[in-house]
Design a binder for this molecule. Structure first.
Ligand code: COA
Length: 191
């Protein structure tokens, strides 16, 4: 059987592509930024050798149809500046969860919004998903703002039992119910 081709996406400033071994140093720098990891709810790796496992897991989850993780390249920047991930729901083939992390030096330039918007567009237009969900810790104002700009609706508040964090859960439905994505990307969603 032919392997599924990785979906390369582009935006005015960014290229979203498959992660590779050359991303490991930048990945290690991002994931060992303790404040960023805490905001994202991600574990901090002990050692850069964990990067090989990160790449292997990303590839395996893509091959198994469980998730797509994109490395984000910005024109003129040598290293990948972050990742965006769509993790598919094990019980609902038409739903996926969105996650994103950017290197701290690039925060505040609209790049997180740009990458997230393109992946949401891809999820609805190309994958024909019906819902994209997202979670954020309640103190993650940048993430909450990005989700609001993309039209995500608040579903519920909850406590993450692993660390006691107050978190918020959001969902964005596809089709004609998603005017913000249409307005902000200029894209047409399938009717
Ligand atoms: C979340 C993250 C990807 C945002 O990336 P970014 O490129 O800085 O985001 P953008 O510049 O596109 O947008 C951030 C928005 O939040 C707003 N914002 C940022 N900090 C804020 C704060 N403390 N209070 C209120 N709004 C804030 C910005 O003004 C901007 O809104 P605007 O477009 O209306 O001006 C980045 O901060 C990051 O990687 N954080 C650590 C990991 C993480 O939290 N991931 C998300 C897990 S759910």
């Amino acid at each position: 059987m032919e392997a599924v081709r990785f979906p390369r996406l582009t935006t005015p400033r960014l290229v979203l592509r498959a992660p590779s071994e050359r991303d490991i140093p930048a990945w290690f720098a991002r994931t060992t930024d303790v404040e960023s990891a805490s905001l994202a709810g991600d574990p901090v790796p002990d050692d850069i050798s964990a990067g090989e496992r990160w790449i292997a897991r990303s590839r395996q989850r893509f091959a198994d149809g469980k998730a797509i993780k994109w490395s984000i390249d910005q024109a003129g920047v040598a290293d990948a500046i972050g990742t965006v991930t769509l993790s598919f729901d094990a019980t609902d083939a038409k739903a996926a969860a969105l996650g994103f992390v950017l290197a701290r030096a690039l925060w505040g330039n609209g790049l997180g919004s740009e990458a997230a918007r393109e992946v949401v567009r891809y999820a609805f237009e190309t994958l024909a998903l019906e819902q994209v969900t997202a979670e954020a810790v309640a103190r993650n104002f940048a993430s909450l703002r990005i989700l609001a700009k993309l039209g995500f609706k608040h579903i519920e508040s909850f406590i993450d039992e692993s660390d006691g964090e107050h978190c918020e859960r959001f969902a964005l439905d596809g089709g004609i119910e998603s005017p913000s994505v249409v307005e902000q990307s200029g894209a047409r969603l399938p009717s």
